[in-house]
Design a protein around this ligand. Sequence first.
Ligand SMILES: Cc1ncc(COP(=O)(O)O)c(C=O)c1O
Length: 444
Amino acid sequence: MNQPAESPVLALPDMQHQWLPFTPNREFKADPQLFARAKDQFYFDLAGRPVLDAGSGLFTTPAGHCRDEIAEAVHRQLQELDFTPGFLRAHPKSFELARRIAGLLPEGLDRVFFVNSGSEAVDTAMKMCLAYHRARGEAGRTVFVSRERAYHGVNFGGVALSGMVNNRRAFGGTVHGVSHMRATWQEATRFQIGQPDQGAELADDLIAAIRVHGAENIAACVVEPIAGSTGVLVPPRGYLERLRDICTAHGILLVFDEVICGFGRTGEAFAAQSFGVTPDLITMAKAITNGAVPMAAVAAARFIHDTVMEAAPEGAIEFFHGYTWSAHPVACAAALASLDLYERDGLFARARALSPVFLEAVASLRDLPLVTDIRGYGMIAGIDLASDGKPGRRGQLLQKKLYDNGLHLKTTGDCAILAPQFIFSEAHIARMTEILRSTIASLA
Ligand SMILES: Cc1ncc(COP(=O)(O)O)c(C=O)c1O
């Protein structure tokens, strides 16, 4: 199972000082679930027990854990150039990385701005939209249209765009001017794997938003091509195309948040390519470094970049935005090594080839009495479980039991979200399915 030879049993650390993110802290500390090591398809707990990683970490690590190629690139980089300020200074690897990413993107989207998390990417994309419209003399375009059940990170812009109530309840009211379209989940298409065959007309909610706000006030429509964190809502056939047409007709920018989809999850480099729809901006994060170092980016269409550049006086800073860690040399080294790995091992093609096996395996769980819906596309799938009366409680129990039974994945509410690594074999898929089946059955 590829466990590193030297793997001592580790003691439980003193956990009182850390405040954990998106975690029931008190419950976790009473019954902690820690990973001490990882290699390829497996995590290992403190006792060295393997846990199969069917979540690619957190959608971050499709090439498998602790890849030597990335570790060596990071090590070399730390000895060569550990940090460069990103403002008025730069280093060659970030330009090389931007060029490599531009080569993976749909044609025309080839200007790349580096940030450090998906949340930062979303807020950066929002600012780019505002900056673009302002540069064109349309500073009144400040409204954003997003969707119910969307997840766009935790910074204020992204929370305002998001459509998951627990994330918004306390913090969602501070940024105004966001209109939410309906989510694309439909009762009628339950258990359809791949793109649902009905629901394209849900895109007309964007027209409804135009009727309410006036197109001249709308900056952008922001969607995840596949809404990931909410439970894998695959876009109905024709839906993204329709959003694209409406945006184009009304001068509204279309932003795809590909923080989960990007880097092969849908079988192509980006979901924009899988679905054949080109947005004006794409956010990306997670798998950009195979999860090894925090990094994210926004790709903008060249016309957006050029408009912002040309509107600023000669010699002026064109875009007043950036982070201390933007294009950190170590992150760039990790990202370049990851892209090399993806390319050398043909991992996006491998994701595409493995997808039918994965989706069929997940679909085979539909006979379980607790399972109320299954959706999936490429190498991501969601399994809804019936609530036990308190939303989220069954999902949390599933999460715990899966850990005990040797499987890692993310749950949101009562939905299990599977996003296996692209280096899974059919045997790993079979093992994943077996553990899921017995664990879900045990909850009934
Ligand atoms: C679509 C999408 N956007 C943004 C984010 C936020 O990314 P981060 O957690 O890196 O800030 C996520 C995280 O899962 C995401 O799925």
